[in-house]
Ligand binder design. Structure first.
Ligand SMILES: Cc1cc2nc3c(=O)[nH]c(=O)nc-3n(C[C@H](O)[C@H](O)[C@H](O)COP(=O)(O)OP(=O)(O)OC[C@H]3O[C@@H](n4cnc5c(N)ncnc54)[C@H](O)[C@@H]3O)c2cc1C
Length: 409
């Protein structure tokens, strides 16, 4: 275990066992630092989390830095079997549209990943952590103790003390609400219906070849926007886990498309409260009706969206990204830099934060740096790359979704 010179070990408490919090826990465990994660979900399956996650080269580098090698191998084995790189865009009649071009940093490297299944990733991030993660533990508030430590209070009445508290509690962060309410992410006005569509059903319903194997956008002239992303497992998760980490508890999943249907709140045709009260089945109906005039090959696939796996969210962004006071309460991920999923970088940025913060905390624990110095250094870099991520995500949202309240951000 790493020990600060002449002092007791640095005790770290993470609020939130999402992507960033679990990556950090894995990295700290590898560095031998005592860490506990408090997660409000009752279990790993707790809630709707979305489906496919694009992984950027920076996110992949962060995963490799945080995880032990067998778990890295498991991420690679269960990642998306990429057929085509890049993004294609069409209008609702399937006429090809201009798209921004970019260099594919992975080239044809088969060991590199471009997307993963989110539920599979969360299971992998939990592997080996055991009772480091306390499920069903909802953070309520914190206070500083007379001894200069942080006391975290939980909804079940328990209190835990630590030297460093990491706010990894996501877009609606309670820690941020207590300490920095002014940093609340702004509403971009876009409402999104996320769905999962089984791949075999979508292809059987006539999904055109051009949309099958790559990330595609349909930018409707009617103000609606659709993103369609394939998730084709390289190896079935249970098969890969049996070989690499049998206790990972991975569940089998069939190949699918994640569909993302965007509409501005002014064009919902109903009150917002009514929209968010729609059931999964009603949300699927909403998309089917809104695309009734689209190319017939596109219309058919929505009838196969799984209602129980369809849900609505509001797109939000933190702008500008601001550092917190450099001290024992440190933010990470969406809690400090929320961005719309249009750029596919929110989770990647949280993973990058985890790798960088773990490094800084290991230096503090070993006595090589003071806490304020380590936290300030981490935040300085984080604010720089997170700001780039937010700006890039907003630019892509403006190009593809068109009607976005960016001036609010
Ligand atoms: C549908 C969708 C698709 C996306 N696609 C992509 C993509 O392709 N690529 C990409 O990079 N990003 C994507 N993102 C963004 C990405 O999901 C987030 O940026 C990422 O999850 C942030 O990680 P995080 O650890 O900060 O927060 P989260 O992963 O949200 O984790 C926060 C955790 O804190 C817990 N929590 C919250 N409050 C409390 C509390 N009071 N007490 C205890 N625990 C608490 C929550 O239950 C949760 O587990 C997408 C987002 C959405 C909604």
């Amino acid at each position: 275990m790493a020990v600060r010179k002449g002092r007791s070990p640095l005790e770290i408490l993470i609020i939130g066992g999402g992507i960033g919090g679990l990556c950090l826990a894995q990295a700290l465990r590898q560095a031998g630092l005592p860490v506990t994660v408090h997660e409000r979900d009752e279990s790993p399956e707790g809630r709707r989390q979305g489906y496919r996650l694009r992984i950027s080269p920076e996110g992949e580098e962060g995963l490799r830095a945080c995880l032990p090698q067998p778990l890295v191998d498991l991420v690679v084995a269960t990642s998306n079997r990429r057929e085509s790189a890049g993004l294609m865009a069409y209008d609702e009649n399937l006429e090809e549209q201009w798209t921004p071009s970019f260099d594919d940093p992975r080239g044809d490297r088969p060991d590199r990943i471009d997307a993963v299944d989110r539920v599979t990733l969360r299971r992998i991030l939990l592997a080996g952590l055991g009772d480091t993660v306390r499920f069903g533990s909802t953070f309520e508030r914190l206070e500083r103790t007379d001894g200069g430590r942080i006391a975290a209070h939980f909804a079940d009445g328990t209190v835990a003390e630590c030297d460093v508290l990491v706010a990894a509690d996501g877009v609606n962060s309670r820690v941020r609400a207590q300490l920095r309410p002014q940093d609340k992410p702004r509403d971009l006005g876009v409402r999104t219906v996320f769905s999962r569509i089984p791949r075999t059903a979508a292809i059987g319903a006539g999904l055109p070849e051009i949309l099958r194997d790559r990330f595609s956008y349909v930018i409707g002239t009617d103000g609606h926007h659709l993103g369609l992303m394939p998730m084709v497992f390289r190896t079935r998760p249970t098969e890969a886990a049996a070989r690499l980490w049998p206790d990972a508890g991975l569940a089998d999943a069939e190949d699918y498309y994640m569909s993302v249907f965007n509409v501005h709140r002014d064009d919902l045709g109903m009150a917002e409260a009514d929209f968010f009260a729609l059931s999964g089945e009603e949300l699927c109906d909403f998309v089917v009706k809104r695309t009734a005039a689209w190319h017939p090959d596109l219309r058919g696939i929505f009838r196969h969206a799984l209602p129980e796996e369809s849900f609505a969210v509001s797109l939000r962004a933190t702008h500008p990204v601001q550092p917190w006071e450099a001290g024992p309460v440190v933010p990470l991920g969406d809690a400090v830099h929320t961005m719309p999923p249009s750029g596919g970088v929110g989770a990647n940025t949280a993973i990058r934060d985890a790798a960088s913060l773990a490094h800084a905390l290991a230096d503090v624990a070993s006595g090589a740096r003071e806490l304020t110095d380590g936290v300030a250094g981490y935040q300085q870099e984080m604010v720089r790359y997170a700001t780039e991520g937010v700006q890039m995500s907003l630019r892509i949202a403006q190009w593809s979704i068109k009607k976005v309240d960016v001036e609010a951000a």
